[in-house]
Structure formats: C-alpha cells, structure tokens
Design a protein around this ligand. Structure first.
Ligand code: MN
Ligand code: MN
Length: 456
C-alpha cells in the first residue's frame, strides 16, 4: 500500500527534459494568440481562421450533420462554436463540451465619448467587467474595435500595439499633490467617471470651437473616414498596449493582458484541432460576455447553444433530453493562483498553486457557494479517472478563503441545461489586472486535460 496522503507537486520539480521542452514550445503559440486576440472579436477572427485551416466550415441551421463533419458557428463575430461530429451514438453517449470565454475586463468607450477639457481631448469610458480602477491609470492603452460609418462601411480600429503606433492614457495624480487622494480607500482613489482616456493635445487649425477635440475628430476622419455621429454605432475598447512577455530569469511564467480566459480558450482550441480521434462528438464554445454575467446574444446564456444541441440531436434522430443528460462539460476558466505576497486571502490547503497543474474548482460562488455550479462527486470521479488514465496533473482549489470574496463562471449556465459540468483552468496571479501572470506548465497541462477529455 502506498502512502495514504494526498499531495500535488510543482511540475518543474519532476518534469523530465522532454516534458520541459513541450511546456516551453506550447507557450510560443499561445503568446502569439494572446497578442492577436485582445478582444472577443479579435479572438473570434483568429480562431475562425485557424479553424478553417484545420478543415472546419460554416454551419447553417437547417443543415443535417453527418459523422466526420467539422463545423463552426460564428455568432456575430463575438462568440464562436466549433463542432466535430464523432462516430458514437449522441443520444446514448452525449456530447463532450469544452467551454471558455474570450472576453476580458477593459475600458469601453461610451457612445458619446469625445470631449475636451483645458486643451486636452479625451474619450469617456465605461469599464467592462470587474476591475480595480486605479490599475488602469498611467499605463499605455491601445484602442481596439469596430465603427460602422453612416454609409454602411464597417471599419476595424486597432491603434497602439504596433511599434511606432501612438498609445492612449489615463492620468493619475503625482504623489507630491496626492495627500488627500492617498488617504482614500483604493476603491475610491480613481472613480469610474474619471477613467477618461487622453486622445490629443493639439488644436484644430480649421475650427474655432472645441479645437482640441475637433483635431482628434479630424485625425479619425482622415484615418477611418468617421464623423462624431459614427461613435453611436461603434464598439471601441481601450485595452492595455502591453505584449505578452516571459516573466523571470527562468522564463517559466507568462505576463499578458486578457489571460482570463484566453489561457483556457487557447488550449481548448488546440486540444480539439490537434486531436482527430472522431469517436465523441465535441462542441467547443468560445463565449463572450462572461465578465458581465454571460448575458446577451453572444453570452453563454444565449439559446443559440441550445439550437446547436438540437441540431446535433435532430441530425441523428436522437432524443435531445437524453443527449444532454449524457453529455459532459469541462468549463475552462482561470482560478486564483495562491500568491505568496498575499497569503492572508487563501486557505493554502484549498488553493491552486502556480505550476501544480490544471486547477479544478468543484464550486465557485460567494457567501456560502451562492451562484455556484458545485459539480457532483460522481462527475468529479469520472473526470479524475480520465485524467489519471492520461497522466494529466491537476490540483483543486477555491477562489480564496471562505467569505474573502468570490466569483462565478460559465459552468452554472451549462449545468442549467442538465449537463454535468466541472470548472477547470489555469491559476492566474493578479487576475483582472492589466497584466496577468500564469505558469507555462499549467497552460500546457490545461491543454493535456482538454485533450484527454475529448479523446475517444
Ligand atoms: Mn474567467
Ligand atoms: Mn474574469
């Protein structure tokens, strides 16, 4: 009999050279992805392109699916569903579902964003998702999104990421004059209405009124053909202009914006496209709007997903309720990594650690698991068996100490459909900050976990 104790270990303590190389190499593609996919729109366009290269074609509702089909549904350029039809009975065996979100916290421009004050032109913003507002001041910001011009042209905006591009900025007070501000709680140091983005500091030569904001309009008109009214039909986001970088002398960690939850969506994508097993029917969901409650036509609560499940069931004459009941889902979402700098908010026995593998969360929620999926022990056991068989290293954790805070994921919206769902993801340090940190080892292990889950 081996030891009765349970422990999980740092992967770098025992990984051989081959594994270390695989970990390093896998991170390269991910870092490229995360730089190209700062918003959900950019993630969808990147993933659609890669999916098409892997043989996926657009699915139209009404179409009958057949074994071997590889299809995708691009939902309004903001969420994406990939579907691979396997050979087994979808009614009796259900489908294997991977779900992760591709939106991340940021500053959205308001619909009427442009104004000037004391010779500076600004964009007003309304932040998206849960942020610590003070973290978004004094960092370089890029502007990403789309604008629909009055003539019907759709313009894609991306300024601030390329070498030589200008960037944007939210100011903060110098310490010399901040004695009053420094006495405030962090949550009040910078308030929501003062997250105004600096866009220009020179006057227009052709206009006498509001010359500074007008100059910004002139530049936008020159570059994109847009007028001020076109902001009404725009979705523009200020996102950190940072690129993904390796962190530390050993390069074991990755720093980047938006890793919640592209650090799970990417492995979900690679697991599906690298594995052509073809036994299980697999659906991979890349959802939008998770950071604001999975609402809207592109969030996980949309019935588009139900329509897709029905299309699968109908194509094979399966009973949809039976199919859902027999389906299984891994909901890929990040967990809060234990941070030695802030040990007080974690229960160390129930926290996820950097480089200890994919982070499973049986439940999330707040104040007594409220708002949580809380996967059943039976389902956890099924997943444990799959991981054990495939040598996937995983750990389990909660989102901090009881009553320290909390949060939710997509899992409960999947579970609501009578689909067994378990949260699994990558531990993240400084989650929802402009620059989040993960371990390359956990990223790779997440990929292996998804791959094992959909393997025939
Ligand atoms: Mn997330
Ligand atoms: Mn989040």
């Amino acid at each position: 009999m081996g030891s009765l104790n349970y422990e999980h270990k740092n992967i770098f303590l025992y990984a051989d050279d081959e594994k270390k190389r695989a970990i390093r190499e896998y991170a390269v593609g991910y870092m490229r992805f995360i730089d190209e996919a700062k918003t959900e729109r950019e993630a969808v366009s990147y993933l659609v392109k890669r999916a098409e290269e892997a043989g996926y074609t657009p699915f139209s509702f009404g179409e009958t699916l057949k074994v071997g089909d590889k299809k995708y549904v691009n939902n309004r350029n903001k969420s994406l569903y990939l579907l691979r039809v396997g050979s087994e009975d979808v009614g009796k065996n259900g489908v294997r579902i991977l779900a992760a979100h591709i939106d991340s916290p940021r500053l959205d421009l308001k619909q009427n964003p442009l104004f000037e004050k004391d010779e500076i032109a600004f964009f007003k913003t309304h932040y998206y998702g849960g942020i610590k507002k003070y973290q978004w001041a004094t960092i370089p910001l890029a502007l990403h999104g789309v604008v629909h011009l009055a003539d019907g042209t759709k313009v894609t905006v991306k300024i601030g990421d390329d070498e030589g591009d200008p960037v944007f900025y939210v100011s903060d007070l110098l310490p010399h004059l901040a004695s009053k501000q420094m006495g405030k709680p962090l949550s009040e140091a910078i308030d929501g209405e003062s997250l105004n983005v600096w866009v220009g500091a020179t006057p227009s030569e052709s206009e006498e009124k509001n010359r500074f904001s007008y100059a910004a309009l002139e530049l936008l008109h020159e570059k994109y053909g847009m007028k001020e009214e076109d902001f009404l039909c725009a979705e523009l986001c200020a996102v950190p202009a940072f690129r993904a970088r390796e962190i530390g002398l050993d390069r074991a960690l990755i720093g980047a914006y938006g890793q919640d939850d592209k650090v799970c969506s990417y492995p979900q994508f690679t697991a599906l496209t690298e594995n052509d097993d073809g036994v299980h029917t697999v659906i991979a969901v890349f959802a939008d709007k998770e950071e604001i409650g999975s609402e809207g036509t592109t969030g996980m609560q949309t019935e588009l997903f139900d329509d897709l499940l029905r299309a699968v069931a109908d194509s094979f004459g399966a009973n949809e309720a039976e199919m859902r009941a027999n389906s299984m889902c891994l909901s890929g979402d990040v967990s809060a990594s234990y941070d030695p700098q802030f040990p007080e908010v974690y229960d160390k026995r129930n926290a996820t650690f950097l480089s200890h593998g994919a982070g499973v969360m049986k439940y999330t929620g707040a104040r007594g698991k409220s708002g949580s999926n809380d996967a059943g022990a039976e389902y956890l056991h099924k997943i444990r068996a799959i991981f054990a068989e495939n040598g996937v290293q995983w750990q389990t954790g909660e989102l901090g100490k009881v009553d320290a805070g909390g949060g939710g994921t997509l899992a409960k919206y999947m579970a609501r459909r009578n689909i067994d769902t378990l949260d699994i993801g990558v531990p993240v340090v400084s989650m929802h900050s402009p620059y989040e940190v993960v371990s390359k080892a956990d990223l790779y292990e997440d990929h292996l976990a998804f791959k094992a889950f959909i393997k025939g």
